[in-house]
Each structure stands twice: as structure tokens, then as C-alpha cells.
Ligand binder design. Structure first.
Ligand code: NAD
Length: 307
């Protein structure tokens, strides 16, 4: 199949591209390199440097006529969405709408959308949250990701678009931005490898559900042919605290270290974990990589690629 991957120069998208190419698919990447890197893009993929907001996106659809669109391009910084909600909405809502409209216009068979379970449910009442948990965003990023889920639903009803929405927990792994605001495994790994003292925002008891990027890629692969018009959590159901993650990364790096502590930042939930039973039943997905193995793999990558 010919698959257009938006955000294919980024952390998750680039791993998806590698796997799709490995499976024999033809892959086209659209990415504006705002947080992605050209060197992440598989050399066998065709690359277009473009903002998904750009109306000229239709020319790429017209030229390439993809069978499937895998939509990962987004501004992912929760803090940025709080300080500049208009920028967040332009990139994440208008940009996604441009991708969706073109998918309908050019007869795309399926659109796979990267949403967020980590942010959408807000403060989870009784973790882990399944897909029926009330949606209760506490950041503009979560609002924009949620708005796109509804646009997909409406485009399915109005125009017969087929989609699969994957609500990821906290994804980690090689190529994650270690200089960003989010992605503590990558940030702690880089800082500890460089003998810097990492900062934990809060008292270390905030919890997240960490899922390996390689398990996430597998969910995207299964979504090529399964899960029509379904919404699925992609997580492990296991809560790990910030301090526990810090300790695992420090152990793998092989240092004895203590973090600094700073006040919690706005827009962050205290506890998050996702129930992924539905995707297990309907797509046959389950997480295979333990946090310890995934961290080892990530640290090994950062030992070689400190930017
Ligand atoms: P990332 O920043 O590494 O990847 C995003 C990619 O999209 C980058 O290559 C960036 O250059 C590109 N991009 C951003 N805005 C663009 C635009 N307007 N036009 C074209 N390209 C653009 O982040 P990631 O962690 O790989 O996230 C990928 C997707 O997964 C995002 O949609 C994000 O919301 C979603 N997601 C990620 C996580 C996580 O834990 N990392 C969790 C839930 C959902």
C-alpha cells in the first residue's frame, strides 16, 4: 500500500515509517521539521517538507494518491498550548482538518490518528481509564486533540471516512526529544549521561503509564487493516511514579543520583493510566516491552546519539 505519514520525521512517526517500509509498503512523509529531524526519515521514504496547515497539502495528495494516511504531525508541547492556545489550535486542529478534508477528497481508504489518552481524560477517577471514561481536558493541547477525534467522527458520518483513533499513554523510546518539555525517560537519560542533575516537577509521586514506542508502532501496524471507526487506548495499565522512572533510568545509566524538585507545572494531571482491554479484544494488541527493557533500549540509543 502507499501510506502517507504526517510527522514522519518525529519520534513516533519515524519508527512507524521504518516499520512500514520494512513490511514492503511505499511511504510518503510530510513534516515541517518543527520538532522532527530530516535524518530520522528513512531514506526509502519520499519526503515533503511542508506544514500540514498549508493549503498546498492537496497537491501532495493529488500527486501521491495515498491508500492510507497515518496522521502523527502535531505540536505536542502541553505548556506551549497553555501559553499560546491559538498556535496550538492552528497546528493541531486546522492542520488536522486539512489532512482530514484531503483524505476525504482523494478517497483515502483509512486515516489513523494519534490522539492522547494521557491528556484527554484529565484527572482519572478510578485508574486505569477505559475509553468510556469522561473526557475532561485540563490543557489546550488535550482540547485540540479531542476536537480532531470529533472531526473524524463527523467526517465518517458525513462522508464515509474510515478512521482509527489511537489514544496513547506516555510513549517513550529511541529518538524522543531529550531537550523538550515532555518525555522524562529521554530527558533523564540525556541529563544523567551528561552528569547533569534532572528536575522532577512536583514531589515525585505523579504517575504516568509508560508505553514503548515499539509497542505503539505495532498498534499502528494492526490499525492498517483492523479497528474501523474505533477509538482505542494504547497503554499498559501500569502506573509508574516520576521518582520510580528516575530510579530506573539512573540504574540503567549506572549512576547513583538524586533529582532536584520544582513546583508542578500547569496543565499536568497527577495520575494517569490506561485500560487497553478493548484494543486487545478487537485488534489483538497488547504491550510486550517492560519499562525496564524499554529504558535500557532508550539509554543505549542516547549513549550513541546525544544531541
Ligand atoms: P514529535 O514532536 O517528535 O513528532 C511530531 C512531528 O510532527 C515532528 O516531526 C514535527 O516536525 C512534525 N510537525 C509538527 N507540527 C507540524 C505541522 N504543523 N506540519 C507538519 N509537520 C509538523 O512528537 P511525537 O511524540 O512523535 O508525537 C507524534 C504524535 O503522537 C503527535 O500527534 C502527538 O500528539 C501524539 N502523541 C504523542 C505522545 C507521546 O507520549 N509522545 C502521547 C500521546 C499522543
Amino acid at each position: 500500500m502507499k501510506i502517507l505519514v504526517t510527522g514522519g520525521a518525529g519520534f513516533i512517526g519515524s519508527h512507524i515509517v521504518d516499520t512500514l517500509i520494512g513490511e514492503g509498503h511505499e511511504v510518503v512523509v510530510v513534516d515541517n521539521l518543527s520538532t522532527g529531524f530530516k535524518e530520522n526519515v528513512n531514506s526509502k521514504a519520499k519526503f515533503y517538507e511542508m506544514n500540514i496547515v498549508d493549503r498546498a497539502l492537496s497537491k501532495i495528495f493529488d500527486e501521491e494518491k495515498p491508500d492510507i494516511v497515518n496522521h502523527h504531525a502535531a505540536q505536542i508541547d502541553v505548556r506551549k498550548s497553555v501559553s499560546d492556545p491559538i498556535f496550538d489550535a492552528e497546528q493541531n486542529i486546522i492542520g488536522s482538518l486539512n489532512v482530514i478534508e484531503n483524505s476525504v477528497k482523494y478517497g483515502v481508504k483509512k486515516l489513523i490518528y494519534a490522539s492522547t489518552g494521557g491528556a484527554l481524560y484529565g484527572e482519572i477517577e478510578n485508574p486505569p481509564a477505559d475509553e468510556n471514561h469522561p473526557i475532561s481536558p485540563i490543557s489546550n493541547y488535550a482540547v485540540s486533540k479531542c476536537a480532531v477525534e470529533f472531526y473524524l467522527l463527523v467526517h465518517a458520518k458525513l462522508h464515509g471516512l474510515n478512521y482509527t483513533t489511537l489514544r496513547y499513554a506516555n510513549v517513550y523510546g529511541p529518538r524522543q526529544n531529550s531537550l523538550g518539555e515532555a518525555g522524562v525517560v529521554a530527558i533523564f537519560a540525556r541529563q544523567l549521561l551528561m552528569n547533569e542533575q534532572p528536575t522532577i516537577f512536583g514531589d515525585g509521586s505523579k504517575t504516568r503509564d509508560y508505553v514503548s514506542v515499539f509497542d505503539v508502532v505495532e498498534a499502528n501496524k494492526l490499525s492498517l487493516t483492523k479497528g474501523y471507526n474505533g477509538i482505542y487506548n494504547i497503554g499498559t495499565g501500569v502506573e509508574t511514579s516520576d521518582k520510580e522512572v528516575f530510579d530506573i533510568v539512573a540504574q540503567v545509566v549506572g549512576v547513583k543520583a538524586e533529582p532536584k524538585y520544582a513546583p508542578v507545572r500547569p496543565g499536568e494531571v497527577n495520575h494517569s493510566s490506561l485500560d487497553s482491554a478493548k484494543v486487545g479484544r478487537e485488534l489483538g494488541w497488547k504491550p510486550k516491552i517492560s519499562l525496564k527493557d524499554g529504558v535500557a533500549n532508550t539509554v543505549a540509543y542516547f549513549r550513541k546519539h546525544l544531541r
